[in-house]
Unconditional design. Structure first.
Lengths: 194, 191
């Protein structure tokens, strides 16, 4: 995606041109500036389905441009855009319900199968999580959402968000257990020694 | 960021999450798909290039010019449709108009002959010596023969037309003196 230079128009300026003139060039500039992050977010939270992630990106941009007049610029444009994307993602995910002990046992049994252990990196481990676990883990540990924000975004209680995160982290650690029992990013060769 | 319970991330784990890529590139076709969709919803206008704007301006000028010329020609055509102009269109005038033309031409012919007669003094020494008067009389006879011929073609069985046509065919050769006796009365029946 395009990098922003000092002489580039700001997001607000581009948005104004879109609103005032339906300026396609302004939209393309805004699209290229933010779509990489939006697509990665959708791709990760949906578990790696490129087709679904692209659909989310398209729906998000359509809703964003249609609702541009209502955006008050109290947050960054990207945060607002990701929020719209999250609303679209939520409709694609299966209903998130409170984690149960049997969920974790079933998940762990599946994830630590011999043909998987030790052969996946963190990205792949996150991708293998069930929808509800993965959504909370990505929102909390990757995107930096609080449990209150997650509960509002996904329509669950903060307690459910906490329990989902707890089980998700345990599942990821178990999945990566053969590599030292801690979460690490295999792609960068970084490993936490403990 | 709040981390709780017994699965609190270690600094290394947190760093591992932070190292995950923040952006990815979707297919190149997606941008066009989104733009097309926004255009279809009229949320974006089509991209305008300078040559396209110039073309649109030229087309607008051409359309305005064509409209102006068309209006002018229409106005001239409508102004030109006077009664006299319409009378020159036999196909549109109809039989009634043609009959009216014959009547008007006949009245004009008789009026001209009456005027010629007023200047014609058969008993005077000048009678028959004025070239203009003689020419007028011959022209009147030629017109009369031509008219009789047309009438005979219209209805060959009409005895009045046949007799008149026969009498006119016996008219003396051009330049001969008229055979009318002084003081005699001339009658033309078909006008």
């Amino acid at each position: 995606m395009d990098e922003i230079r000092n002489d580039d128009p700001t997001d607000a300026e581009l948005a104004q041109r879109i609103l005032r003139e339906g300026d396609e060039a302004a939209f393309r500039a805004l699209y290229r500036r933010h779509t990489g992050a939006l697509y990665q977010f959708a791709l990760r939270i949906l578990g790696g389905s490129e087709m679904d992630a692209e659909d989310i990106v398209q729906e998000t941009w359509i809703r964003a441009v249609a609702g541009l007049t209502r955006f008050r610029w109290e947050s960054s444009f990207r945060t607002w855009l990701i929020g719209i994307g999250l609303n679209r993602v939520r409709k694609s995910l299966r209903r998130v319900r409170p984690a149960q002990q049997e969920d974790l046992e079933r998940l762990e049994a599946e994830l630590v199968a011999p043909d998987r252990a030790g052969r996946i990196d963190l990205e792949q481990a996150v991708r293998l999580l069930p929808d509800g676990y993965r959504a909370v883990l990505v929102l909390h540990d990757v995107e930096g959402f609080t449990h209150d924000e997650i509960s509002r975004s996904l329509g669950i209680t903060p307690g459910t968000s906490r329990s989902q995160l707890h089980f998700a982290r345990r599942a990821v650690r178990r999945l990566l257990g053969a590599q030292g029992g801690q979460i690490h990013d295999a792609r960068h060769g970084h490993r936490a020694d403990s | 960021m709040t981390h709780d319970m017994d699965t609190e991330l270690t600094p290394e784990e947190r760093e591992a999450f932070l190292r995950l890529p923040r952006e990815a590139a979707p297919s190149e076709l997606l941008e066009e798909r989104v733009v097309r969709n926004l255009r279809a919803r009229r949320l974006l206008s089509p991209r305008r290039t300078p040559w396209r704007r110039a073309g649109q301006m030229a087309a607008g000028l051409a359309a305005a010019l064509a409209l102006f010329l068309g209006g002018t020609m229409l106005g001239q055509w409508r102004a030109g449709r006077t009664p006299a102009g319409a009378a020159q269109e036999p196909a549109r005038a109809g039989a009634a108009v043609t009959a009216s033309q014959v009547q008007q031409a006949g009245s004009a012919y008789v009026a001209a002959l009456a005027s010629l007669h007023a200047q014609w003094k058969p008993g005077s020494p000048e009678a028959g010596k004025s070239g203009s008067l003689t020419q007028g009389r011959e022209a009147a006879l030629s017109a009369l023969r031509a008219a009789a011929g047309e009438l005979a073609r219209m209805d060959p069985n009409d005895p009045r037309v046949a007799a008149a046509f026969q009498a006119l065919e016996q008219t003396p050769a051009e330049g001969a003196e008229p055979a009318a006796a002084p003081g005699s009365t001339r009658q033309i029946l078909w006008f």
